[in-house]
Design a protein around this ligand. Sequence first.
Ligand code: HEM
Length: 393
Amino acid sequence: MIQDETAVTVPDSDIDLFTDEALTDPYPLFTALRGVGPVVRLPKYAFAVLTRYEDVRRALEDWETFSSASGVGLNPAINSAMSGTIINSDPPHHTSLRTVLSARLAPRALAQMKSSIVEKAERFVDELVDRRAFDAVTDLARTFPMAVVLDLLGFPEDGRDQLLRWGSATFDAMGPDNARSADALPVAAEMFAWLATSCTPDRMRSGGFATTIHEAAARGDIPQEAVIPLMAGYSIPAFDTTISTIASAISLFARFPEQWALVRADPGLIPAAINEVLRLEPPIPLFARVLTRPYRGLLGAGERVLLLFGSANRDERKFVDADRFDVRRNPVDHLTFGYGIHGCPGQGLARMEIQALLAALARRVSRFEVTAPPRRELNNMTRALASLPVAVV
Ligand code: HEM
């Protein structure tokens, strides 16, 4: 629990984290906000931000003060549409939801999937690299996780090609009240409608996560009305996040070929390199919480607070030369997967997918060359590339 400290005023800032420029490159703004203070109010949006590593990490640990139950999104419409999802809940409801799929993503279950993911990655990379030139987003980063995760979820075929669009729209809809979130909300609603009408127990592929969720409801482990929010809760974050990390990895290795050479010379560095990519380029740079009680005499109960993972990960108080990409750094305590009770349950799976791809690429590719300017896909909540054309040598 975080103790109250002497009351001090919280500085305001007119920095806007949701303009096109800010979404394209938020890091200078994060640096400026860390300089303003550990807690800063953004009056334009009526919320506060925690900017520095220690504060963000302690807030993630203290779910009783920093509640998720009123929504981790930034506007009331999406928070209400997503109420009852795992990410928008506190214990005890959160605990029963989290238990349903915990064994499916635990190390023992992942170990059983490992050889098939590695084989898939090898085959996939062989075919891709033979082309010598491809788009690292549309041909690589998007294709591979979709192939792995869609089978795992076990949804019916008819909506599968929409899941990526729905997932990224849901993240966009989680932003503050702006044109982007308003446009995205009806698209996010399509996913919830599809889950309700198409994802009935009789239409699921047996053995998939969706079947495990239906079985938990049939046994009475979770209420029937928790089924759709729980299916949504595991579909929304499973794609965009992993895709973004793979694309960021290729982009960073293209820009810093000496770092790729280190990985190639010692593939044992791949797990450390993945941590460093995740630290520098978190696919989701922030999530919200609502205070259940005053925080350090600075903020009051009921205030919405953004936890800036993307800023914490580059806090110079925590990481030396924090903007530098260094695959030997191995920052195991970055906050890109969150921390505490909501810490990402899919991180082992995501790491396994990315590890398998990078290991296969390290055997075949000595250099990535960007052949046309990369394009960003702007989204209120996620950092993603739309296109990264590369040639491989
Ligand atoms: C690089 C890939 C990924 C990143 C960076 C990521 C990031 C995150 C973060 C930051 C949270 C914490 C949210 C919070 O504190 O409010 C989270 C939660 C979650 N993630 Fe991931 N994620 C990734 C991959 C995945 C995958 C592959 C899955 C599904 C198989 C997944 C499923 C979830 C779920 C269900 C939650 C909610 C957990 C809870 O509220 O207890 N994630 N993720």
